[in-house]
Design a protein around this ligand. Structure first.
Ligand code: GRF
Length: 201
């Protein structure tokens, strides 16, 4: 059984999509061992508790990033987490965190990376005038929104779109993409060649 750890800071719709995908058998042999938020009032924590999952708040206030991250790493390890999924986790990970789970931390980002890293990516892309946007699931390295890409799901920006409508459609694609990427990584059927994720049959 693969133990997943979810980190979130907000509403947690990606977490819910992952949990639903596990229940639907789309991520074989996996379960969510722990959900962690840096914010105690994150709605995603309540959603986790409602599902009977272990959900903990580990707040950063007044602490150094490395100390905060060490506590999160220790919590993940105590739940025997094999794969860490960042799902709207709004903090940068310290190098120590990244090294504690080499090649075992995923993130989802609401743009086609490497375009529009950072905050408010959907709106940035829309205002830039892109005609194709989407989402990216990638391995986490020490740089923001930078690690090896596992999969991307593109979608068109329509002539009468507004930023909110586009963001909503990106989110629908995120929910599909994240579960699929987790299943791929847990299958182990891939290799990394340079920066390229190469599936193996
Ligand atoms: C998503 O758009 C995700 O790509 C971004 O933060 C948002 C989180 O949404 N990193 P949710 O909390 O999963 O609903």
């Amino acid at each position: 059984m693969h133990h997943l750890g979810i980190l979130l800071s907000g509403r947690g719709s990606n977490f819910v999509a992952i949990a639903d995908a596990i229940e639907a058998g789309k991520i074989p042999d996996a379960h969510i061992a722990v959900v962690i938020s840096n914010l105690a009032d994150a709605p995603g924590l309540d959603a986790a508790r409602q599902r009977g999952l272990t959900a903990v708040a580990i707040e950063a206030r007044g602490r150094k990033r490395t100390e905060h991250d060490q506590e999160i790493v220790a919590t993940l390890q105590s739940h025997k987490v094999e794969l860490v999924c960042l799902a709207g986790y709004m903090r940068l990970l310290s190098p120590g965190f990244v090294h504690a789970f080499p090649g075992r931390i995923l993130n989802i980002h609401p743009s086609l990376l490497p375009s529009f890293p950072g905050l408010d990516a959907q709106q940035q892309a829309f205002e830039y005038g892109v005609q194709v946007t989407g989402c990216t699931v990638h391995f986490v390295d020490e740089q923001l929104d930078h690690g090896v890409i596992i999969l991307q799901r593109p979608l068109p920006v329509l002539p009468r779109d507004d930023g909110h409508a586009v963001a909503d459609r990106i989110l629908e694609q995120e929910h599909i993409a994240y579960a699929e990427a987790i299943a791929r990584v847990l299958s182990g059927k891939y290799e990394i060649v340079g920066r390229r994720y190469v599936p193996k049959s």
